[in-house]
Every structure is written in structure tokens, then in C-alpha cells.
Design a protein. Structure first.
Length: 98
């Protein structure tokens, strides 16, 4: 599903804009750039204050457990009302506003 499909799904859901997103964020130049473009295309224009983070910089890529680890991080972020920080998060990467 391309960004048009994601945007159509979000519009059909009739929910408020997403406040935070845990990105796949493996740290590869090509993969991260593509993910940033997709996040910008689908989410950022609806909420420029979108908080984006990734946990792989903290724990590495846990392969089959990566999804559940992101869910746990999301639950912790909601509970703490904050997102995990990561090295270099004060610097913007090329590829978009985030």
C-alpha cells in the first residue's frame, strides 16, 4: 500500500491526527530516507508536531520480536507521556521535515 492508500485509510477512520509514531528506523541511509519520506507524506502534513522515534538504536534489531518490542515501547511512551530519545535527535536528517 502506497502513501495514498495509507492516507485514504486514515481519512476513512475519521480519527484525530496521530501524535507519535515509532518508526522502523534501522539506521540505514536508504531505508531511513524512504521511511522518512513516507512518514512525511502520510502523517507529518496532518500534524507537524508529530513525535517520531525508534527503539532499535537502544536495543538493536530484534528481528521477529521487533514488532512486539515497538508495541511495548509505545505502551511505555503512553504511560510516561513521552517518547524515547535517541542519539542525534536534535539534528534533522535529509529526506523531510522530521
Amino acid at each position: 500500500m502506497g502513501s495514498h492508500g495509507h492516507e485514504a485509510s486514515l481519512n476513512e477512520a475519521e480519527q484525530p491526527p496521530i501524535d507519535a509514531l515509532i518508526a522502523h528506523g534501522t539506521g540505514t541511509k536508504m531505508g531511513d530516507a524512504a521511511e522518512i519520506r513516507a512518514i512525511n507524506d502520510v502523517f507529518w502534513r496532518h500534524n507537524p508536531a508529530l513525535a517520531v522515534t525508534s527503539i532499535k538504536g537502544h536495543i538493536g534489531h530484534s528481528t521477529a520480536a521487533a514488532g512486539v518490542m515497538a508495541v511495548i515501547a509505545g505502551i511505555q511512551a503512553i504511560s510516561a507521556r513521552t517518547t524515547a530519545s535517541y542519539y542525534g535527535n536534535d539534528e534533522r536528517r535529509s529526506g523531510g521535515p522530521i
